[in-house]
Design a protein around this ligand. Structure first.
Ligand SMILES: [Zn+2]
Length: 261
């Protein structure tokens, strides 16, 4: 489901978001073995959603002492039961194929502006408060060689924003790319450069702007859907568009109303 990232450093391999099941974590390890005969020396989890980190289990099985980094809010939410919910969710959505997957949480806290150095490679951590969730980190590799956005950016599907804040997600993404990254890896969908970034982020920018315009004309949220869908015409084939567009409009409306209040 998600985009597992593999970064080769002079000390070994760093994995960013090893996937949503123990099986996908094992698959990531098989891919690494094909690329290089080096151990995994660190793991980063971009946020609390289990489709990104339940693969930690496979990495820990193979490398029992590997540090797993995440924001404190991710670690706390998993401890409070979010991990168990994700195990069940993945079991349902894979029709039982993720059986055996269990919660192996991150255990090393990272925060905004931290710099983790591993061998010849640096990992700059960005956390701008609530965005896709209140647990997100984005990771810049070697200054600006690569940027992992986690689920603050989706390519090819409309983001599930219910646990976050649409406007702040847009702002967090725009702030992160000020480093001018060479390659940008979204949480889901194909990686790319600034063109991919702008077209992927535009689905939220256009949605928010159109809802705002409609709000200013005193049109209520349930009446503005046709105008918003029309403005987003080139995205209507994106995965989850039909499922989430109504909810996302309502959320944008509430955000705008709250800001106006
Ligand atoms: Zn997510």
């Amino acid at each position: 489901m998600n985009n597992p990232g593999i970064v080769l450093t002079s000390e070994g391999v760093v994995v960013i978001d090893p996937g949503g099941t123990v099986q996908s974590g094992e698959m990531v390890l098989r891919v690494i073995k094909k690329l290089i005969d080096e151990p995994v020396v660190a793991v980063f989890n971009t946020h609390v959603h289990g489709d990104h980190w339940l693969g930690n289990q496979a990495i820990r099985n193979a490398y029992p002492t590997v540090p797993i980094y995440a924001h404190a809010n991710t670690i706390q939410r998993i401890a409070n039961g979010s991990g168990d919910e994700w195990v069940k969710l993945m079991l349902d959505s894979t029709k039982g194929k993720s059986a055996g997957t269990r919660v192996v949480s991150a255990d090393n806290i990272i925060k905004n502006a931290d710099k983790i150095i591993i061998g010849d490679t640096s990992f700059d951590i960005m956390h701008y408060g609530i965005a896709h969730t209140d647990t997100d980190i984005m990771i810049a590799v070697n200054g600006n060689e690569a940027l992992f956005t986690g689920d603050n950016l989706f390519n090819g599907r409309l983001a599930r924003t219910a646990e976050g804040h649409i406007k702040r997600t847009i702002e967090a993404c725009e702030k992160a790319v000020e480093i001018k990254p060479g390659i940008i890896i979204p949480g889901h969908g194909q990686s790319g450069g600034m063109d991919m970034f702008n077209s992927s982020l535009d689905i939220l920018r256009i949605l928010y702007k159109t809802v705002q315009q409609q709000y200013e004309q005193e049109i209520s949220d349930f009446e503005m859907k046709p105008a918003v869908v029309k403005a987003l015409d080139k995205y209507k084939h994106w995965e989850t568009f039909d499922e989430l567009i109504g909810k996302t409009i309502s959320q944008a409306y509430l955000e705008i109303e709250q800001a106006d209040f």
